[in-house]
Design a protein around this ligand. Structure first.
Ligand code: 3PG
Length: 496
């Protein structure tokens, strides 16, 4: 057999599915796994009779590849990635390429990129989203690394990627170094936000007395035609909620334990946001909510101690509530994406990723877990104005928000009255209130408190109707401090 076009290391579900996808587009794929039996099972199972070169030694694997060699790692992030890189490097030539397709931490990718560049080996860290089905049939791919490295796999990636409704491949060069993995991590953070918001909606709908099937059919409506909520996550929520118990009466979802586990990308998103000073409260709320879900023992204990309005019956009709929930969910989603894209924007600046936000929204339109009708709107918003200060500033979204924000407020009120915690919805709502607020009284108070207890100084605004910061004629912000313990509490201007 001829040499392989690309090599795949890691025969777990994502590696296997991607390898099958690549082969199905006319490429020969060499495969390797640390545990030999996994390669053998693959070779004798789904790969049988197809253009695969199963390899049982790393040396043979490397030798079986066309030059420049392209090797994709689909192994667990962290030490396994470093371990394979270490073993591969002595076997490779300058100009060969290693691709890490796992969910790696972007700072690890930056480090690996610089270590391998010193050795003359190209490195791409790429996000691959879409789960098993996406990997097999067409994922969204988010590659970051040297542009010349990307050229080496551009055709393969484009061939195997999902195609959006207009036929465009869901892959684009994201940027240098860790850009691809940063974008994938943020994608996952946004995914956590979406899942949280949908879950809160289901919870409130359940409070109206709707059963799982009725909620599923509501979600099916939301996923129909050109509905603004149409998305993969709404689709699978509807489909999964209809699942009946395997034994006995009722729906399976009602006996699924209320514990959401996580692998870490949502937490990384929040940590990065903290580091970059970008508020992403909806995504953070989604992570916190997952954390609270995991402490089941504590919740069971606390439920016996605290009285929450759990049993309150809702006043609103199902029909009215469904309409409110629909638009509330859409606005909460806009807010959450505005936060996620603000994070991308800040990271782009800080790490020199030069991210094209419109392009990112474009490749998320298909293949990935957050794929949605709505991403088309985000793409257009950034095409119309690539310099948008925040996604909520786009007339595409601000119009809807201005007209319907009351529904999100109403939804939160209904939820709270009936004892449903809505950490995500409330965070989305408050993000909008706070970002559009010319004077934050809470911040005025805190600035004053800091000056009082720590002599930290404060700035001033013009006064009533003049929310701008007071500056000197040279444009420098003027800073003040009050001598709180001195008689008459004199105010002094601080010069630093
Ligand atoms: C994945 O990578 O499998 C998901 O996108 C996110 O995973 P998690 O919910 O297990 O963290």
């Amino acid at each position: 057999m001829d040499k392989a076009d690309i090599g795949m290391i890691g025969m777990e579900v994502m590696g296997r599915s991607l390898a099958l996808n690549i082969e199905s587009r006319g490429y020969t794929v060499a495969v390797f796994n640390r545990t030999e039996s996994k390669t053998r099972n693959f070779a004798e199972g789904p790969a049988k009779g197809k253009n695969f070169i199963p390899c049982y030694e790393l040396q043979n694997f490397v030798k079986s590849l066309k030059s420049p060699r392209k090797i994709m790692l689909m192994v667990k992030e962290g030490a396994p990635v470093d371990g394979f890189i270490e073993k591969l490097v002595p076997l490779l030539d300058r100009g060969d390429l290693i691709i890490d397709g796992g969910n790696s931490f972007f700072k690890d990718t930056i480090r690996r990129n610089s270590e391998l560049t010193e050795k003359g080996i190209f490195f791409i860290g790429t996000g691959v989203s879409g789960g098993e089905e996406g990997a097999l049939k067409g994922p969204a791919i988010m590659p970051g690394g040297q542009p010349e490295a990307y050229k080496l796999v551009e055709k393969i990636f484009s061939d195997i990627s999902a195609k959006a409704q207009d036929g465009e491949p869901c892959v684009t060069y994201i940027g240098p170094n860790g850009a691809g993995h940063f974008v994938k991590t943020t994608h996952n953070g946004i995914e956590y936000g979406d899942m949280q918001l949908i879950g809160e909606c289901v919870w409130v709908l359940k409070k109206t007395g709707m059963n799982a099937e009725e909620i599923a059919s509501t979600m099916e409506q939301w996923n129909g035609g050109n509905d603004i909520l149409r998305s993969y996550l709404i689709e699978i929520t509807a489909d999964s909620m209809k699942e009946k118990k395997k034994e006995g009466e009722g729906y399976l979802v009602d006996v699924v334990a209320d514990i959401t586990r996580m692998k870490g990308t949502g937490t990384w998103t929040v940590q990065s946001a903290m580091e970059l000073l970008v508020p992403i409260p909806t995504i953070a709320a989604a992570v916190f909510s997952r954390e609270m879900s995991q402490d089941k023992d504590l919740r069971l204990q606390m439920a016996k101690i605290l009285k929450t309005p759990e049993g309150k019956k809702l006043r609103e009709s199902k029909k009215k509530l469904m309409d409110i929930a629909h638009d509330a969910l859409y606005i909460a989603k806009i807010s959450s994406y505005a936060q996620g894209f603000a994070l991308l924007q800040a990271a782009s600046k800080k790490y020199g990723f030069d991210l094209k936000l419109g392009q990112i929204a474009k490749i998320w339109r298909g293949g990935c877990i957050i794929r949605a009708q709505f991403l088309d709107e985000i793409t257009k918003a950034y095409e119309e104005n690539p310099e948008l200060p925040n996604l909520l500033a786009s007339p595409k979204f601000s119009g809807f928000v201005n007209e319907n924000l009351w529904k999100l407020a109403k939804f939160i009120d209904i939820a709270h009255r009936s004892g449903v915690p809505v950490l995500g919805m409330a965070s989305s709502y408050d993000y909008i209130l706070q970002i559009a607020c010319p004077v934050m009284v809470s911040a005025q108070v805190a600035a004053f408190q800091r000056d009082y207890f720590g002599a930290h100084g404060y700035f001033k605004i013009g006064g009533e109707g003049q929310p701008e910061i007071v500056k000197d004629p040279e444009g420098k912000i003027r800073e003040f401090h009050i001598e709180w313990m001195v008689d008459g509490r004199p105010e002094k201007e601080i010069t630093r």
